[in-house]
Design a protein. Structure first.
Length: 367
């Protein structure tokens, strides 16, 4: 049985590894990939200076974790806490500064200790809709959309929500709603933010629920999402149709490269469906699953990230081959964030509990 701590580590690092592998072939068709890497497609990283380069999906996933932990620390130490989505917005605006300033020395006031990491001040193919949304004075909400984007970044960055909020302490519908709200900050179309609700629910069930097959977990998530969102958003039926396809396609002998390419996974709902297809096709097999998730004519980094999160949460770091983890860019701070998500805030004003290192990161917001 995989321990919860290892599942949290596996989810964050597995998503980053899938993102990095997919980022190598982001702008290539399946034919281009096979021409460059051979009939089996890409099987390992094209490293840069020895590192596997992450995209903006992993950058923003890290800021999601930072925002959650910043908010939880405010609540534990001051007794007053705003809704989590406000801390996530602040964290994403911090990330936006890393995309507009060449160095942490020019960043101004930030709420995220991640802004102290020079390596994050690099543009890694961010979605224009995300940049534009975060330049506005007010980000979007489910009820007041900031745009009509269906892009996959709101989905690809939301995994830490499903890892951090325990369904034993937070009602499951609030966890999935926060997933949707976090995506709606920058993606206004329901097909841009509802898939994030599905993913946070899936991850919460994988990490905190009883061990069972991914197919069984997916069935429970689908039932819960229909019950929660069907009355407000008819687009739930579009997502459900795509998940019907995923379940049926996973039971066929068709090659995954051609199967995924026919779906053209480029927006959040198709990325979610294709990630579920891979998890059903290769249950518990991170290596085969992540290779399949990036060899197609679509957005390979996004599908690699979402598939990597789901498979990584299922198998933990022990189930991820070390050659995916060892060269991973920013592995150390990602591991630190995973540790903090698992531990939770150790500080408490009422109990007079203090932690100097935690205070430095989540109160002083530096590193």
């Amino acid at each position: 049985m995989v321990r919860k701590q290892d599942q949290i580590y596996g989810c964050l690092l597995g998503a980053a590894a899938g993102d990095a592998l997919g980022f190598c072939v982001e702008d290539l068709t399946l034919a281009d990939i096979r021409e460059k890497y051979g009939p089996g497609g890409i099987q390992g990283y094209d490293t840069v200076n020895g590192f596997a380069t992450i995209s903006s999906h992993t950058q923003l996933s890290m800021f999601t974790a930072n925002g959650l932990l910043f908010g939880a620390t405010r609540g534990a130490t001051s007794g007053v806490m705003a809704p989590y989505v406000q801390y996530l917005e602040a964290a994403y605006r911090d990330w936006s500064k890393t995309q507009h300033y060449g160095s942490w020395k020019n960043r101004g006031k930030c709420y995220s200790w991640l802004c102290s990491l020079e390596e994050l001040y690099s543009r890694r193919n961010p979605e224009p809709a995300v940049l534009y949304a975060l330049e506005r004075p007010h980000a979007g909400t489910i009820d007041e959309p900031v745009n009509r984007s269906r892009g996959p970044n709101g989905l690809a960055r939301c995994a830490p929500i499903g890892l951090f909020l325990s369904p034993q302490e937070t009602p499951p519908f609030e966890i999935s709603l926060l997933g949707a709200e976090s995506a709606a900050l920058t993606h206004g179309d329901p097909l841009g933010f509802l898939p994030a609700a599905y993913l946070t629910d899936l991850l919460s069930r994988i990490v905190y629920g009883k061990p069972e097959s991914f197919r069984s977990i997916l069935k429970k998530t689908r039932t819960a999402m229909i019950r929660q969102f069907e009355g407000r958003f008819s687009q739930v039926h579009i997502i459900e149709n795509s998940l019907d396809w995923a379940e049926a396609a996973a039971d066929t002998a068709a090659a995954p490269g051609e199967t995924l390419s026919q779906q053209r996974p480029t927006d959040a709902s198709s990325i979610l469906a294709c990630a579920c297809y891979v998890c059903l096709k290769y249950p518990g097999d991170y290596d085969r699953g992540i290779v399949a998730a990036v060899n197609h004519s679509g957005l390979s980094s996004a599908l690699g990230a979402v598939t990597g999160a789901l498979l990584g949460a299922q198998v933990g770091t022990e189930g991820i081959p070390e050659f995916y983890l060892e060269p991973l860019e920013l592995r150390e701070p990602m591991t630190e964030l995973a540790s903090d998500l698992f531990q939770g805030c150790p500080m408490s004003r009422s109990a007079r509990l203090f932690d100097d290192q935690w205070e430095q990161k989540y109160i002083q917001c530096s590193y």
